[in-house]
Ligand binder design. Structure first.
Ligand SMILES: Nc1nc2c(ncn2[C@@H]2O[C@H](COP(=O)(O)OP(=O)(O)OP(=O)(O)O)[C@@H](O)[C@H]2O)c(=O)[nH]1
Length: 227
């Protein structure tokens, strides 16, 4: 980043919601479509919390053909592009979230020269903080880093991060030639600044990975009914 700008230039930061997972710990349910009891699919919830996003909005699916299923019930939200994964495992299996991140980075590099950064957010974070871009940006600028990654309760969340789009070729090399798959390793390699969020209940990065986390998220998200 050149100079600690107080805010990103308009249109310079894309958003990518990663939604191409298999959801194995939730018996294969599509997390993007989970309703926490507030009448919205989780993808809509995440987009609502981060709206209005001041740049292109992408959703990363495993295959671009997943588009119709993914955006059903979400059409009132702004989605500029749904991208399919940039690579798969031999046989067509999922290569993991970094394959989705790469697809999004390559898509914005190819289509929009005004975009220099991209924020990735997994779709299974229904309480993602509304000040995500602001704090990641300021943490990145303050640390003189290339990008920034969210931390809560002492844990790094390598997929909740601000990336310079210029890392796309290096990410492709790492995925294809080294077989790198772990997001934490990739974040480490990019030298991202760590940006901590204050503790709160629920944790702003509560991750709906399994039945227990889904129950906890539902307890926090459902509209309260007062007698
Ligand atoms: N585009 C894309 N996104 C993925 C892929 N694998 C995981 N993700 C997304 O990355 C985020 C973190 O995924 P995980 O929780 O590790 O995996 P998951 O598939 O959602 O769940 P499990 O199968 O239970 O591990 C979620 O938002 C997923 O939708 C993939 O192969 N491609």
């Amino acid at each position: 980043m050149t100079g600690p700008l107080a805010a990103p230039p308009a249109g310079a930061v894309a958003l990518c919601v990663l939604a191409g997972g298999a959801g194995r710990r939730l018996d294969g349910r599509d997390k993007a479509r989970l309703d926490l009891g507030d009448g919205r699919p989780m993808l809509a919830r995440v987009l609502d919390r981060l709206a209005p996003w001041p740049g292109p909005v992408l959703v990363s699916a495993h295959a671009a053909t997943d588009r119709a299923r993914l955006i059903e019930g979400v059409t009132a939200r702004r989605i500029d592009t749904v991208v399919g994964d940039a690579l798969t495992e031999p046989g067509g299996g999922r290569a993991g979230p970094l394959a989705g991140l790469l697809a999004a980075l390559e898509a914005v590099v190819a289509r929009d020269a005004a975009v220099s950064w991209l924020v990735s957010v997994p779709v299974d974070l229904p309480f993602v903080p509304e000040d995500l871009l602001d704090r990641l940006w300021r943490g990145c600028a303050a640390g003189g880093a290339a990008g920034a990654c969210a931390v809560s309760a002492g844990r790094r969340h390598p997929l909740v991060a601000l990336w310079p789009v210029s890392v796309a070729p290096a990410l492709r090399r790492a995925l294809e030639r080294e077989g790198l798959r772990r997001a934490g390793q990739w974040a480490e390699r990019c030298g991202l600044a760590s940006v901590s969020w204050p503790a709160r209940d629920p944790d702003p990065f509560l991750n709906v990975n399994d039945a227990a986390a889904l129950a906890a998220a539902r307890a926090h998200a459902a509209p309260r009914v007062f007698p």
